[in-house]
Design a protein around this ligand. Structure first.
Ligand code: GLU
Length: 327
């Protein structure tokens, strides 16, 4: 260090100490404390790659065909899963509360709302004749399957991709939304997609397909796992990760909440959303597929897309998915 620089630093140190003794620790101490930005609870680097996912299981997108016309609300067939739900008085649904305009808690009303919530309400409407006969339970990505297996919820409607792995544990409805995995970065970061994120930290929720897709990317990014999608946005804002990678619809919500971020690159993966239902309740899967078909035919699906997603997602509104069935 040259003498002049050493002298300048000495003066700076004295000034800092002098200002810092007035109370509550020295400035140097306070600076040191404020430099450590806390991470969201449960955030951590992926230490081992997620176990290899099953790729083959026939047509994973073909779900159980609806059985004739839907029963009228309030008249569920005797002995059916729908009758049990009707007797319970409410449809219990696992949802997200962190994904803007898909499943999120409106800070003004305190209500959870969005596209996924509209889809769930249409199932309650079909059973009870009342879209609000519903109990929403917020679940994280990795709580979705356990919540179904433990019987905590009747159905999960939470940005959940249909995969062969998951089909071993739960049933899925027909596709109700076609998402694609992309990348969110800070504007002016110069990063144009996943290929430029080799060795860089990229955030996704634990238990999501997004995290395994990051881990499997050829460029070899470092996957960072968190509980909720908003944790990823906070880590990006705090400079703790270089990017977030998940479904375009989730990222579009983050970009709308923070105008200093943008969605970039070509899609990494197709992420077709299904509503997940316990393995045993095939009758309920058929019923839900009837409701989805009705939502699409009546324009309810398009109206919900227009209300929640059209302003967030570039381009004209997509056509609703065409359901595929098995018998
Ligand atoms: N669609 C992906 C999944 O089901 C990511 C979305 C999420 O976990 O919320 O894993």
């Amino acid at each position: 260090m040259n003498r002049r620089l050493a002298a300048a630093l000495g003066v700076a140190a004295i000034v800092l100490t002098a200002c810092g003794t007035s109370g509550g620790g020295t400035t140097t101490e306070r600076l040191a404390v404020s430099a450590v930005v806390p991470k969201p609870a449960n955030a951590g680097d992926l230490t081992a790659p997620p176990s290899v996912t099953r790729q083959e299981c026939g047509d994973k997108l073909a779900s159980w065909r609806p059985e004739g016309a839907l029963p009228r609300p309030g008249q569920m067939p005797a002995g059916s899963t729908m009758e049990k739900i009707a007797q319970h008085g409410k449809l219990v649904v696992g949802v997200d509360q962190n994904t803007y305009n898909v499943g999120f808690r409106d800070p003004f009303s305190g209500e959870i709302q969005g596209f996924d919530i509209d889809m769930a309400k249409s199932i309650a409407q079909a059973i009870f004749g009342n879209p609000n006969a519903i109990q929403l339970r917020a679940v994280t990505s990795d709580q979705r399957i356990p919540a179904l297996e433990n019987g905590d919820v009747d159905i999960v409607v939470r940005t959940m991709s249909i995969t062969c792995d998951r089909l071993e544990k739960v049933n899925f409805s027909a596709v109700y939304y076609e998402a694609k995995q992309q990348v969110l970065v800070k504007k002016n970061s110069g990063i144009g997609g996943i290929d430029q994120l080799g060795g860089k930290r990229v955030c996704a929720t634990n238990g999501s397909t997004s995290l395994s897709n990051i881990a499997q990317a050829r460029s070899k990014p470092i996957g960072v796992k968190v509980s909720d999608w908003t944790d990823c946005l906070v880590m990006l804002q705090q400079g703790q990760v270089e990017a977030v990678s998940t479904d375009d619809v989730i990222l579009a919500g983050m970009a709308a909440q923070d105008r200093y971020t943008e969605v970039v690159g070509t899609p990494l993966a197709n992420e077709p959303y299904g509503m997940a239902i316990p393995k045993a309740n095939v009758d309920f899967v058929r019923f839900v597929n009837g409701v989805i078909a009705q939502d699409i035919a009546s324009g309810y699906w398009s109206a919900s897309y227009k209300r929640w997603l059209d302003d967030l997602i570039p381009g004209p509104p997509p056509a609703a998915p065409v359901p595929r069935y098995k018998d």
